[in-house]
Design a protein around this ligand. Structure first.
Ligand code: ADP
Ligand code: MG
Length: 291
């Protein structure tokens, strides 16, 4: 069996502001999570606001340090006490992160300089920096904007530049923390297509934190968090076949699932719940009502 890229064991975290309060009140932002993510996987994390998704991401990226538990990246324990600044830098190179607001992530006044920022910090030779910047911008389809000013771009384009900056570090995994939440539908689609390409073509492991169910249906695996814990986990089909549990966690379900669930209330011979596109959904309903 291969070593998982990320292995989390009994991870717990409480924000210092919440220290000293009664543990029984469950004020742990992340509460005893165990989880493995394999190289090349595309994992979606769902959960109501405040369920601990961002905190989990920040623990994996070493922005936060856990109170309890272990995290192994590529088999290396990143929660050991003797981690140096250099070790932390190595972790951040392997596990990149893209956040919600593209405006907060762009630092330079020209797109290509922005993308070069990370590789420059790695102390790479200029030829190698140039190669990585060009490569990263073509992967996100933004090469023609290399000399543009980031603040003039659309939200989706800005977010793709931020993704290019992360790719230029050659990470094994990228965590997207609601990276499409502030975008219009076109921008959201551009960014989702980019994320899918990174996973399928560039073989980058993807962790997608989202509240869009249709984005989560594209993943290999869906993890649902609730009150700092893992509440559900499985394939999209498996997770979305349990609409009652998702509603209990304050989440929506894909529209096709909701429709079939409602229709099943009137049917003796139920249609199996699952993630279907609208064509498949229509076909299943048509068969049932014998048009
Ligand atoms: P999510 O990303 O799922 O919305 P978070 O991981 O941001 O959830 O938050 C988990 C819990 O931790 C929530 O109860 C939230 O209020 C709390 N929390 C988040 N950030 C901070 C912070 N900087 N200081 C104190 N509490 C925080
Ligand atoms: Mg969050």
């Amino acid at each position: 069996m291969n070593t998982p890229l990320i292995k989390i064991e009994n991870l717990s975290f409480k924000y210092p502001e919440n220290e000293g309060e009664d543990k029984k009140e469950n004020n742990f932002a992340v509460n005893d999570i165990s989880l493995e993510i394999n190289e090349g996987e595309f994992v979606a994390i769902l959960g109501h606001n405040g369920s601990g998704k961002s905190t989990t991401a920040k623990l994996m990226n070493m922005i936060l340090t856990p109170n309890e538990g272990k995290i192994y990246i590529d088999g290396i324990d990143i929660t050991r006490p003797d981690m140096t600044e250099d070790d932390i830098f190595e972790v951040r190179k392997k596990i990149g992160m893209v956040f919600q607001n593209p405006d907060n992530q762009l630092v330079a006044t020209v797109v290509e300089e922005d993308v070069a920022f990370g590789p420059e910090n790695l102390g790479l030779p200029p030829v190698e920096i140039r190669r990585r910047v060009n490569e990263a911008l073509s992967i996100v389809n933004m090469k023609e904007y290399a000399r543009h000013a980031p603040h003039r771009l659309s939200g989706g384009q800005k977010q793709r530049v931020a993704i290019a900056g992360t790719i230029a570090m050659r990470p094994k995994c990228i965590i997207f923390d609601e990276s499409t939440a502030m975008l219009d539908p076109i921008g959201r689609k551009e960014v989702m297509n980019t994320i899918l390409r990174l996973n399928k073509k560039e073989k980058i492991t993807v962790i997608l934190i989202t509240h869009y169910m249709n984005e989560a249906t594209l993943a290999d695996r869906v993890i649902v968090m609730k009150n700092g814990e893992i509440y559900l986990s499985g394939t999209p089909n498996n997770v979305f076949s349990q609409p009652d549990k998702l509603w209990q966690a304050g989440l929506e379900v894909p529209q096709s699932v909701e429709l079939i669930h409602k229709l099943n209330e009137h049917l003796d011979d139920k249609i199996p719940l699952g993630v279907y596109d609208f064509d498949k959904c229509a076909e299943l309903i048509k068969d049932k009502i014998k048009i």
